[in-house]
Design a protein around this ligand. Sequence first.
Ligand code: AMP
Ligand code: MG
Length: 356
Amino acid sequence: MLLSFFSLSIKRSMPKLVLSVVTLLLSLSSHAAWHSHQFDVMGTRAAIELWSEDRDAAAQHFARVEGEMRRIEALMSSYIDSSEVSQLNRLAAGQSMIVSEELYQVIGKSLYFSKVSQGAFDISIGSVGHLYHYRDKVKPDDVELQRGVAAVDWQSIQLHKNNRISFARDNMRIDLGGIAKGHAVDRSIALLQAEDVESAIVSAGGDSRMIGDRGSVADKGHDASDSPSTQRIPWMVGIRHPRQGESEGQAAEALRLPLVNAAISTSGDYERYFFDNDEQRIHHIINPGTGRSAAGVVSASVIGPESINCDVLSTTLFVLGVERGLAFIESVAGYDAVLIDANGKVHFSSGLADGD
Ligand code: AMP
Ligand code: MG
């Protein structure tokens, strides 16, 4: 409306400067362009970038994605008392609760990955995870740790008919921190696809997924001067250097990957951590067997078609370490991995090793 008012009121006598401002306004509002939006959700930063024919449409996409992520947070966060997950976490052994189909499916997928990873991925890690407070540099003492570890057991999470869930043990807590963000990214991408968005990237912390590529060099605002116009431009996604730039607060990149229509998740020991009195790094990815921070690698990235699987697998590979992690990812069709060990050595799964 504002636009048509402006265009109608342009008079021949109008000074050139005003005309050019109006032209600029017109081109800014109606021109196809890259648009981006960031917000905080699920204890992390979410970011969206997409190509849109106009700004209003982009703003609508952003509002839908933000709403979707907040909905999933309200359902699945163990930090929100009213969430379904928090309600489950208050169940005693033998009590049960009917949950939403969506939560039932996400828990079902978690249990599937627990089984195939022989327990390296285990959402009942919440039973011990809640004893760590990274910002306050708090970790459980040995007695608390043993009590917590006793309730880490994915096989004690029982799925019944009609979306009913129970726990076979007392003091069990589930924590979807290793799967919910990937799920939220997939749901966001599905929303954008339904709205015919053809180029987009959605991230929630270390979990990202892309629709398409960034266009050809001749369109979507790229400079076609020195390349053939048909050449396609992939998304370039960085894997953070696990150590460089950490203390300066300026994260450096270890490597960059060209990706098209794919998802990538990275789990790192630099996301949430503190150093204890013995100078040990206490971080948020926990070995379910010990209840302590996993020490296999310092960064695990997984690339594949779906963000929920990449999210789970990156956490899983972090726990499994280089040797078992690489062997495991080879058994998962369509997914590849980049692991960085404690010496800074980078390991690729076979699908990436030849520079594919
Ligand atoms: P991510 O950043 O995706 O690697 O997920 C790490 C988060 O997953 C942690 O902050 C915990 O909420 C949760 N988590 C930690 N260890 C495990 C584990 N072994 N299995 C499943 N979830 C875990
Ligand atoms: Mg993950």
